[in-house]
Every structure is written in structure tokens, then in C-alpha cells.
Ligand binder design. Sequence first.
Ligand code: SF4
Ligand code: SF4
Length: 389
Amino acid sequence: MTLTQQYNEHCTHCGMCIEVCPMYRNIDLIDELCSYLDGNCEQVTSEDIFRCLTCGLCVQACPEDLSLKKLITTARASWVKIHGMREEHTIVDPCSGNNLFVAMSSISKPAVFLENKDEGAVVYYPGCAAGYINTSIAAATINILECAGVDYTVLSGVSHCCGAVSAGSGNRELMEEMGRKNVAEVKRRGAKTLITSCPGCYRAFADMYPRVFGDLGFEVLQMSQYLKRLIEEKKIVPQQVLDHRVFYQDPCHLTRSVGIYEEPRDVISSMPGTHLVNESHESSKCCGFGGSVRATYPSESLKLASLQIETAKDMGCDVIVTNCPGCMQNLVEAGMNYDDSDDSIMVYDLTEYVSMSLGFAVVRNDREMIDSVNQAYCNVITGYCKPEI
Ligand code: SF4
Ligand code: SF4
């Protein structure tokens, strides 16, 4: 049975997917997309297809195991075959002339990995975002690896992009090409474990690559899982009291995509002095960054991040911890709205938060980071304007 036959037969048009969706309001889109995929509809526009955050909220809500996302991701691949990639989506392609991270490295300093060895039991894979935008995440990770005495090597750089974002934009071939190269390099370095900062990179290594290449021959962990292990094995002992009420922002691509909900919460709860307010993930929402929506619809993207900040403030929190460089970028930028108020809220990546509890300082210049990344977007996307928050 084809995908559209499944929808024609089983979708009850109950609207539960639309009810939870932060971006679409029109239930007719389901029939329009089915018609488009069957080659009968001229009316579907790139706007219809590319507003999706790929957050998976509709997947979770659909009682028939269908959802809007499944239709949209298939329609994206089909749209890209006919029209090619939109400019906003080639910015993560390592081979494109408008790569965001190359532009970023000409504006601000990428993460520097001192004394990087060529081999190690653990490969740390910071990904493009932590390598070029949120470099403090990579710095905090290195501090923790050094503190724990881990035998590690770093695999970084635009030429080692994971390809997950390109796959989400409809270009699966690039993901496969990058996967072949990345997996070979991890094996060459003799690693038994690969750890990633970014949920997208984790999904590439843990889910996308094995579907194409089979068993990779090494373990893949997202940083939250690895931090939990280091704490349980007492390789690191968080001791500094972090007296905060923390809201944990579940990254969509770590939760609904690959099912990691508990490890980050376990890590946060084990920090001395910290009170985690949202122990359950059940009402978690998207920060607005994913699916290339931050690049394509920046103001709407940041409005969704602002809603998450409001939720955290309503719960009496002074800190948001997330576990994804994309969530971090959006929450930091949206949070600048509150900079001058008494009730400003700090945003940390989980790795930064743990590193503070180990006594390391987190050195960041958020204003400079946000100005630089907006400048980089301007340089690589025609007509891009810094969003009003
Ligand atoms: S939630 Fe599922 S069954 Fe209901 S309208 Fe959406 S796709 Fe159809
Ligand atoms: S994945 Fe998220 S943004 Fe996309 S259709 Fe589903 S709920 Fe909406």
C-alpha cells in the first residue's frame, strides 16, 4: 500500500495533528499533500511544505500512526527532486557556496581543539553548530572529557558535516555521502564510542547511517547519555552547588525522533542544589528552530522560542537547560528580549551546566554570538533580515 493510500484509507481527519502543530492550521493540507504526491495537485506551494519544524508533535498525537510530518517529509523529497534545494536549505551543505558555517568562521572564531590526537577510544563529534556557533558547548565538553581522563579524539569541521539537516530538507543523497565518509573516519581512528553534542548528529549516526550501512561497529551516544555514564561511574563528581530552578527544554530531534527523554533529566537532577521543575516530558514543545525554519521563517521561529521562555518563567525558573545547539541558539536569541528586566533567565546547554558543577567557568558572549550568526545568515541567504523578536 502506498503512503497516500494509507492516508486515504485510515486518516479520519480528526484534526489532532493540526491541534498540536505550531505551524499549520489547515486540515485540508492532508488531502492536498496526498493529491500532490499522487501527481494530481498543482496547488501545493513550497510554503506548504517548508514551514514544517519536523518536531514530531503531530506524530505523537496521531491515533492512526500517520501524521502530517510523514506526508510533508515525503513531499519535501519529491519537491526537491523537481525544483532543487531552496537557498535556505543548502546553507548546511558542506559543498555549497553558501555554507553557513564557512560564513560564520569568517566572522567569529570557530571552536579550537588543542592537542587533538588522531586516534582515541572515544570520538567526540561536536557537529557544525557547536563547532562554529555555540562553541562554548564544545569547550565545556572538552573540559569534562579532560576532567574524566577520557582517551578521546575530535572529529570536527564542515567537511565532516553529518548530513542530517540536508536529509530533513529532502536531500538524502548528501546524508549518505557524508555518512560513508564519517563512518570510515571514526573506524580509522579506532574508536569504540562516538559521542555527539547535537541531537541531529546523534540521529544521523544512531539511526540514519545504520539504515544505510548496517551495524557501524562502534557505540553511539548523545552527550546526555555519556554524561550520565560518567557520573554513574564516578569519572566525574559534580560538587559545586548550582542553586537554580531549572526548566529542561526537550530537543525535538532527541525526544520524539529517537526517544531520549530521561537521561538529561537524570543528569540535571543529580546536580547539587538544582531543582528540575518539569520532571515529565509530556507537555514538551518545540523551540521553533528545526526543519530549517529558523533560516526560512526567522520571526515565527523565535516567537516559538519566546513561548518556551514564558513557560519556564511561569514555572518560577531562573535557568533553562537544553541539550541541543539549535534550541540553545533560539532560546538565547529570544531571551535577549528579557535582558534588561529583573526576571531575566539564563540558558545553558546540559554540558555547560555539568561543567559548571565541576567548577569550570562557562565563557560566552551571547550578544556577539547572535549578532555573528545573523550576519552569517545575511551573507548566505538572499534577502535575509535579522528578525524582530
Ligand atoms: S491526527 Fe492522524 S488521523 Fe487525525 S487528521 Fe491527523 S493524520 Fe489524520
Ligand atoms: S512535525 Fe511539527 S511542525 Fe511539522 S507538521 Fe508535525 S507538528 Fe507541525
